[in-house]
Design a protein around this ligand. Structure first.
Ligand SMILES: Nc1ncnc2c1ncn2[C@@H]1O[C@H](COP(=O)(O)OP(=O)(O)OP(=O)(O)O)[C@@H](O)[C@H]1O
Length: 218
């Protein structure tokens, strides 16, 4: 699904990723680990074209992502962040609906899909709540629904459990694992929590010294 070939990323004089090869197969449930500052977020940002590589090629379904229109790529790739990134002045439903409006979907369709997903993550009764009134775990569930609304084929999550206590973190990771299967979605999750890494069956990739290598299948 994603093929990263010989990719180098520099910030000023600092080379963060150097001739990196990395791939995700359709249907993968993969974790990306590595020390703080090793370049995990940078790799994710390269995949959804928040930033561009200095060298090398990234292909999404065989096509170099530089040749794919950004809005097409964004529809195919859902993103979940550590900080949830919900708009405080909008309700849970409004936050989620924005993702559908951004790609021009009709409101009736947005509503049906949002309610299906809110039901699935146990948040239907919070659809009219504002993010500030929700727990961290609930906010992340809302953010996950927003990311899934347009049925992306790939979900990228950058430390999705980083702001949550251990128990809630485990719940969110379990939810992602279940959604991976139910929604038939490829997932790549950045985490540096060893506990999370060992709890789930996943392909584990490590970013280290500018390289990315596949560690083990647990
Ligand atoms: N926009 C930027 N400008 C300059 N340097 C940057 C920028 N973004 C990241 N870096 C640097 O690149 C390196 C890798 O950062 P990145 O955020 O990708 O690491 P990370 O593994 O995700 O770290 P963390 O686990 O702490 O989030 C760091 O040294 C960081 O300071």
């Amino acid at each position: 699904m994603i093929q990263v070939s010989q990719v180098t990323k520099r910030y000023g004089g600092e080379t963060v990723l150097h001739n990196v090869d990395f791939h995700l197969e359709t249907g993968d449930f993969a974790m990306l680990q590595g020390r703080s500052g090793s370049g995990k977020s940078s790799l994710l940002k390269l995949l959804y074209r928040e930033i561009d590589a200095d060298e090398g090629t990234i292909r999404f379904r065989q096509i170099p992502i530089g040749q794919t229109l950004k809005h097409v790529l964004r529809r195919e790739i859902g993103i979940v962040f550590q900080s949830f990134q919900l708009i405080e002045q909008k309700t849970v439903f409004e936050n989620i609906a924005l993702a559908g409006k951004a790609v021009g979907r009709p409101m009736a369709e947005i509503e049906t899909e949002a309610m299906r997903l809110l039901d699935r993550v146990g948040l239907r009764n919070k659809k009219d709540a504002f993010p500030g009134t929700l727990s961290g775990g609930q906010q992340q569930r809302a953010a996950i629904v927003r990311a899934l609304l347009n049925k992306p084929s790939l979900l990228l999550a950058d430390e999705p459990t980083g702001n949550l206590d251990k128990e809630t973190a485990a719940d969110i990771l379990q939810l992602l694992k279940e959604l991976h299967e139910e929604e038939e979605m490829t997932m790549l999750i950045v985490t540096h929590d060893d506990l999370l890494l060992t709890q789930q069956q996943a392909k584990i990739w490590t970013v280290e010294d500018g390289k990315v290598h596949e560690q083990a299948i647990t």
